[in-house]
Design a protein around this ligand. Structure first.
Ligand code: AQP
Length: 332
C-alpha cells in the first residue's frame, strides 16, 4: 500500500485554502492509503512564535484534522517535534541538499522579503526538513496545495542525490497529490495573492473557526469586478477575484467550475455572494463548532497526538536506523 504524508503548520488562522488545498483531501485519501498527518511545529518556529500560542495552535491543527473527518484510528495524527527522527534526517539532508537548490526556493524569498540577512537559518533550510518529514516514513504521495510543488520537487532531488551518492535505492521519489477545484485559493482582498495565515488583513481569509456572521461579512466585502458571471470558463481569464470565488464555490459544492458557471451565468455578485455564503456556512459551521468543542477538551486531543506519535516513531525507527547505517554512523 502506498504511504501518504502531509502536514500543516501550527501558525494559527487555519483557513479555507488550507482546508480545500490540503485537509479535505487528507480525509478523502484515508480509505485508500496508509496516512500520516502532522502538525509541523518545527516548521512553525522558523519565524518567531510565542510558546503559549504555539501549544494552542498545535492542538488547533489536530482539532481541524479531526473535525474535518480525519479518523485517528485509521490515520496517524501527531506533532512533528514528538518524533526526533525528523530532525535527525533533516541534518543529514542539510548535508545532501545544495545551497544553489535552496537559493531557488520562492517561498523563502517571499517570506524573508527584503530583510534576507535577518531571516533565520531554519527558514532557509525549511525545505530540507520538509523532505525529511516525508522521507523518514518513505512516503510515496504527498497531498498539498499548489504552492508546495516546488518544495516537493526539491524533496525528489534530495532523495535522488542521496540514492546516487550512497549507491542505494533507499528513498522513493515522491509524487505530489494536488487535486480539487481549489488548489490555490486566493486572498479575498487581492486576487493576485494566495490566501494565507499571515496576511495582516482578517478580511483576506475565511478561517475554519469563523461563524456565519464573519463568513457573511468577509464574503460581502470580498473584492470583485462589476461584470456579471460569464457562461464559459475561459471568460473568467483576467478576472482573478471572480475566478477565485467561482473556484471556492465549485470546491465546496463538489462540482466543476464549468458547472457552477452554467448555474450562475449572467448573475451579478449580489446574487452569487449570498449563495456562496450559504454554502460556506453549511460546510464550515459543523467543522468550526466541532473544532471549538475539541479545543475545549485538550486532554482528548493530546491523547490522539500521543498515540499518533508512538505509531509514527515505530514506522520511522527502522528507516532512520537504515539511513544511519548507509551514511556510516555507528548503530547498536
Ligand atoms: N491559499 C491556499 N490554497 C490552497 N492550499 C493552500 N495551502 C496553504 N495555503 C493555501 C496548503 O495548506 C497546507 C498547509 O500549509 P502550511 O500551513 O504548511 O503552510 P503555508 O503554505 O505557508 O500556509 P499559509 O496559510 O500560506 O501560511 P503563511 O501565511 O504562514 O505562509 C499546504 O499543503 C499548503 O499547500
Amino acid at each position: 500500500m502506498s504511504r501518504i504524508f502531509s502536514g500543516v503548520q501550527p501558525t494559527g488562522n487555519l483557513h479555507l485554502g488550507n482546508y480545500l488545498g490540503a485537509i479535505r483531501n487528507f480525509v478523502r485519501l484515508q480509505d485508500d492509503y496508509e496516512c500520516i498527518y502532522c502538525a509541523v511545529d518545527m516548521h512553525a518556529i522558523t519565524v518567531w512564535k510565542d510558546p503559549k500560542e504555539l501549544r494552542s495552535n498545535i492542538r488547533e491543527v489536530a482539532a481541524a484534522y479531526l473535525a474535518s473527518g480525519v479518523d485517528p484510528k485509521k490515520s496517524i495524527v501527531f506533532a512533528q517535534s514528538a518524533v526526533a527522527a525528523h530532525a535527525e534526517l533533516a541534518w543529514i539532508f542539510n548535508c545532501v541538499a545544495r545551497l544553489g537548490w535552496l537559493n531557488r526556493m520562492t517561498q523563502f524569498k517571499e517570506k524573508a522579503g527584503k530583510n534576507r540577512e535577518n531571516a533565520s537559518v531554519g527558514l532557509y533550510a525549511y525545505p530540507n526538513l520538509m523532505a525529511a518529514d516525508i522521507l523518514v516514513y518513505k512516503a510515496t504521495h504527498v497531498p498539498v496545495g499548489e504552492d508546495q510543488k516546488q518544495h516537493l520537487e526539491l524533496t525528489r532531488d534530495i532523495a535522488q542525490k542521496f540514492n546516487n551518492d550512497y549507491e542505494i535505492e533507499l528513498f522513493p521519489l515522491v509524487e505530489p497529490l494536488i487535486f480539487g477545484e481549489a488548489t490555490r485559493v486566493m486572498s479575498l482582498r487581492d486576487g493576485s495573492k494566495k490566501m494565507s495565515k499571515s496576511d495582516p488583513s482578517d478580511y483576506s481569509r475565511i478561517t475554519l473557526m469563523d461563524g456565519p456572521d464573519e463568513i457573511s461579512k468577509k464574503l460581502r466585502k470580498a473584492r470583485t469586478d462589476p461584470e456579471p458571471l460569464p457562461e464559459k470558463l475561459e471568460d473568467l481569464e483576467g478576472r482573478p477575484e471572480a475566478a477565485n470565488l467561482v473556484g471556492i464555490y465549485a470546491a465546496l459544492a463538489d462540482k466543476t467550475r464549468s458547472e457552477i458557471l452554467q448555474e450562475f451565468a449572467g448573475s451579478q455578485f449580489s446574487t452569487f455572494k449570498p449563495a456562496l455564503t450559504e454554502l460556506a456556512v453549511e460546510k464550515f459551521g459543523p467543522i468550526g463548532s466541532e473544532m471549538k468543542r475539541l479545543m475545549d477538551d485538550p486532554s482528548y486531543v493530546d491523547s490522539v497526538l500521543k498515540d499518533g506519535a508512538e505509531r509514527a516513531r515505530a514506522i520511522a525507527a527502522p528507516i532512520i536506523r537504515e539511513v544511519k547505517e548507509v551514511v556510516g554512523f555507528l548503530t547498536d
